[in-house]
Design a protein around this ligand. Structure first.
Ligand code: ZN
Length: 133
């Protein structure tokens, strides 16, 4: 894995959270993107070389809605940039990690993504992401 690509934060109201994070970070979000397949609206902030991704559910079955029901708002996942997501998934599988996806899927911000089950990583939902060329 190359670096932390972004930290995902589950929020109830993305417009309100955009205002809070703009104040916190001193710069407004640079894009918003809805991921229909995941039922989420996302918003991205740059912090130096890193990014913060805010996520709001757009439907009740969304993983973000379930997360907020269980735990409330807060840090949802940590995403690591990888060069070859399939190779990284195979490596982690071999190491005994439980993956939530069999195949990489298209995520926000022009990425192929896959998740590692939080039970495999000390309670942290880990996202792998590979930039789509
Ligand atoms: Zn993410």
């Amino acid at each position: 894995m190359n670096k932390v690509e972004h930290i995902g934060i589950a929020v109830k109201d993305i417009e309100a959270a955009n205002a809070v994070y703009a104040k916190l970070l001193g710069a407004a979000h640079y894009k918003m993107e809805e991921v229909l397949s995941e039922g989420v609206q996302t918003s991205f902030f740059k912090v130096g070389l890193n990014k913060i991704e805010l996520l709001q559910a757009t439907k009740p079955e969304s993983a973000i809605a379930k997360f907020i029901d269980r735990k409330g708002e807060g840090i949802h996942h940590i995403a690591f940039a990888v060069e070859n997501i399939k190779a990284e998934m195979a490596r982690l599988k071999k190491e005994g990690f439980k993956l939530l996806n069999e195949e990489p899927k298209r995520g926000a911000d022009n990425k192929l993504i896959a998740f590692v089950h939080p039970k495999s990583a000390n309670g942290v939902l880990v996202e792998l992401c590979q930039e789509i060329e």
